[in-house]
Write a new protein. Structure first.
Length: 147
């Protein structure tokens, strides 16, 4: 199950299940997850389940949205990541399985380190077409001797 865990200032812990619809985190009474603190914007950020984790999108909040201490405007939460909204910290629990979502995450990681689309695809193609180690296989009708 994809969810966020939070420990509130009074010490109580909550588990917030994330469904197929994005959820807005903010101070406003219309937010899906309401956090009552002046450091939280009325509509602070959204969280949405995707095939490769939980997508977080900052909504131009005044104090910013952080993942594992780093300010982000848009990012993916992986299992165990900490989402910080004002003084509140959520811990992500992601039910991501290997497959399409994993492939997307790997592509995103390559782009994040500055690789372009053509470079990345070229590397994939080179890996898939690399000749196997060892001697070349004989062609049909080849006796191995020169004429």
């Amino acid at each position: 199950m994809n969810c966020l865990h939070i420990r509130l200032p009074d010490g109580t812990a909550r588990k917030i299940a994330l469904g197929s619809r994005p959820k807005v985190i903010g101070r406003d009474e219309d937010a899906d997850i309401i956090l009552e603190d002046a450091a939280v914007s009325r509509y602070h950020c959204t969280v949405a389940v995707s095939p490769n984790g939980i997508h977080v999108q900052d909504l131009a909040s005044s104090s910013g949205t952080r993942i594992n201490g780093r300010t982000v405007t848009s990012a993916m939460l992986q299992n165990g990541d900490k989402l910080e909204v004002g003084p509140f910290t959520f811990v992500a629990e992601c039910a991501v399985t290997a497959g399409f979502g994993t492939a997307i995450r790997l592509v995103e990681e390559q782009f994040a380190v500055g690789k372009g689309f053509q470079t990345f695809l070229g590397e994939i193609a080179a890996e898939g077409h690399a000749p196997p180690p060892g001697p070349k296989p004989a062609k049909p009708g080849d006796t191995g001797t020169k004429p």
